[in-house]
Write a protein that binds this ligand. Structure first.
Ligand code: DON
Length: 309
């Protein structure tokens, strides 16, 4: 479904775009370094076919950490809360997304939450399916149902680029394997995780998925309930407490919307019983979140009174 361009949103995007110069595109995954830091786009889906957008709206980008809320939802659907949270905790951390520090100091040694890389890797290991291909297909099918867009797939170049350079994530996995948090072949898990992170979308897709998460799991395009109320509640709670990593507290105060960011520059926002918002701005702040995207959300949240607090 196409989003309608909205003049006042365009004006806000153009006012904020110069700030993107203060940010930096992620380069630790080499293929992400090709993005244009000046890019900024937003889509707001309000249900019943009402979608508004502004900026570089046709740009595609990879989900990266935004995928963590989707894999978590699917793992919860497959295994239930008790099993999932026996392997990964529910507590926020003030550490960066890729930190290994707390894995060693936490007793028992399980990742603090499913939004940091360690926790997300443990969740990816729980995706349903007999092998990597089937697990990825199940995750993509789930994303097709959430977004109403069956064309979504993963970007092979970005997946390969991350797979070749994911030594920090490899070390997190080996550490967790030695502590019994995950089992099985680590290279297979990294293959799946990097493909999951390389799933490619646009702002419109994020806005639609945000709407479904915000509106108790109901997809208005397909008229199907995709998620239980409980799972969408759990996922949104993690988005508030850990979705923007060690910026989650400040983001809750300044924006106040459940949101999940990714290092490619995407942010998926789900306002409970309200709009879904998709953002793309690849210039990141020093916490790994879209710098222009956060500024844009501060404006939109204040103007539309969207803070849930
Ligand atoms: O595992 C990684 O490092 C990336 N695939 C995802 C990290 C990420 O998006 C953190 N978000 N801001």
């Amino acid at each position: 479904m196409e989003c309608q361009k909205l003049a006042y949103l365009e004006q806000i995007v153009e006012e904020i775009r110069p700030l993107t110069k203060q940010g930096k595109v992620a380069t630790y995954i080499p293929a992400l370094g090709h993005a244009n830091p000046n890019t900024l786009a937003i889509a707001i889906y309000e249900g019943e076919g009402n979608c508004f957008s502004a900026g570089n709206i046709s740009e595609k980008f990879t989900l990266q950490s935004v995928s963590k809320i989707l894999s978590l939802a699917l793992a919860l659907q497959e295994h239930g809360e008790d099993y999932v949270f026996s392997k990964v905790g529910m507590e926020p951390t003030g550490d960066p997304f890729n930190s290994i520090a707390k894995l060693e100091t936490s007793v028992p040694s399980k990742p603090l939450n499913p939004m940091i890389n360690a926790g997300a890797l443990a969740v990816t290991a729980m995706l349903p399916g007999k092998d990597t291909d089937e697990k990825l297909k199940n995750l993509l099918d789930f994303i097709h149902q959430l977004s109403g867009n069956s064309k979504i797939t993963y970007n092979e170049e970005v997946a390969q680029s991350e797979f070749e350079t994911a030594n920090l994530n490899r070390s997190l996995c080996y550490f967790m394997k030695s502590h019994g948090v995950i089992e099985g072949d680590i290279e297979d898990l990294l293959d799946l995780y990097t493909k999951q992170c390389a799933i490619e979308v646009d702002c419109n897709d994020l806005a639609h998925m945000g709407w479904v998460l915000g509106n108790k799991g109901f997809n208005p395009i397909t008229q199907k309930k995709v998620l239980s109320h409980d799972i969408s509640r759990i996922v949104k709670t993690f988005m508030v407490t850990c979705g923007m990593y060690n910026d989650s507290g400040e983001f809750a105060i300044k924006v106040g919307i459940p949101a999940k960011s990714g290092v490619a520059g995407g942010i998926l926002c789900a306002v409970p019983n309200g709009p879904g918002i998709g953002i793309y701005g690849p210039a990141l702040d020093n916490k790994g979140n879209s710098l222009g995207g956060i500024k844009l959300l501060e404006r939109i949240s204040a103007e539309r009174n969207l803070s849930i607090f």
